[in-house]
Design a protein around this ligand. Structure first.
Ligand SMILES: NC(=O)C1=CN([C@@H]2O[C@H](COP(=O)(O)OP(=O)(O)OC[C@H]3O[C@@H](n4cnc5c(N)ncnc54)[C@H](OP(=O)(O)O)[C@@H]3O)[C@@H](O)[C@H]2O)C=CC1
Ligand SMILES: CC(=O)[C@H](N)C(=O)O
Length: 259
């Protein structure tokens, strides 16, 4: 058994989550791997045990299902070995807002918004009390870009980014590191799962490169990590522009243009 904190990774059966599992195992962490496809989780866990000598436990759960989500919440609340949560499980939807059904959007919000929020809420008090630990949340550059026409998916990712940055402010001072990771298009099954052809997308990043870059940001303790953004000053300028507005919101009168 490792002396390092155990890492819980949601959506670990494939894609970005499976590579996170490989990288944390390589660093010597024990793992709890969460997704719906138990056979895939078992195969990955077996490989990680063999390759790295860590403990790797598959945990089958549909995180859009409140009862199954509650089981993982209990584990995060109670198991003191767990010190890192990677909120990675997520999906997108085919079609546009006019085609998507209420059931589809509710399901997406349950997976992309409710699950990471509740899982973070389950682990945060214990990490804050211990004064250490990390919560990594997979957002997306789509959350910065309403122009991309992925309204509900993008809104869920904007939520995740906001939650991460706000939590960093709330619990960062108590020793808990919170990171938002914003990938752009990355070669995983997410594209075919939503009926899109990744071959039509320009500038797709390979999943190993994405996760290694995200972990470089993790090691630098960045609040927001955007692996595809080469010119870091663009993010810094956008963040500075947002912060420049903050002192201007406390006004008893509407702005003259609204009078
Ligand atoms: N790939 C990309 O271009 C980008 C991805 N992202 C984000 O990165 C994260 C990972 O995406 P990616 O690896 O590409 O996606 P994949 O579709 O490759 O993998 C998604 C993972 O989530 C799991 N998952 C899906 N639905 C559920 C559910 N209801 N309950 C539990 N687990 C579930 C899947 O496992 P199973 O089916 O076994 O449950 C799988 O392990 C997502 O949050 C995504 O939004 C952000 C920007 C770009
Ligand atoms: C499917 C996508 O659009 C991708 N996950 C992204 O967030 O860029």
């Amino acid at each position: 058994m490792s002396t390092l904190p155990t890492v819980v990774i949601t959506g670990a059966s494939t894609g970005i989550g499976a590579v996170y599992a490989d990288r944390f195992a390589r660093r010597g962490h024990d793992l709890i791997l969460v997704a719906r496809d138990l056979a895939r989780l078992q195969a990955l866990a077996e490989r990680l045990r063999a390759d790295y000598g860590v403990a790797a436990e598959p945990l089958q759960a549909d995180l859009a299902d409140p009862a199954q989500l509650a089981g993982l919440e209990r584990l995060l609340r109670d198991d003191a070995r767990i010190g890192v949560l990677v909120n990675n499980a997520g999906a997108t939807l085919p079609g546009g807002f006019l085609e998507q059904t209420p059931e589809q959007t509710a399901q997406l919000i349950a997976l992309n918004v409710t699950a990471p929020t509740r899982l973070a809420a389950a682990i945060a008090p214990r990490l804050a009390a211990a004064g250490s630990g990390a919560i990594v949340n997979l957002a997306s550059v789509v959350g910065l870009a309403p122009e991309f026409g992925m309204s509900v998916y993008g809104a869920t990712k904007a939520f995740v980014q906001y939650l991460s940055q706000s939590l960093q402010g709330e619990i960062g001072g108590k020793g808990v590191y919170v990171q938002a990771v914003l990938p752009a298009a990355t070669r995983t099954e997410i594209w075919e799962r939503s009926g899109r052809d990744v071959a039509q997308i320009p500038g797709v990043m390979e999943v190993d490169a994405l996760v290694d870059a995200a972990l470089a940001g993790f090691d630098r303790r960045e609040a927001v990590t955007i692996p595809p953004l080469h010119d870091e000053s663009l993010w810094q300028a956008a963040d500075a522009a947002r912060k420049a507005m903050l002192p201007h919101y406390s006004q008893s009168q509407p702005a003259p243009r609204y009078l």
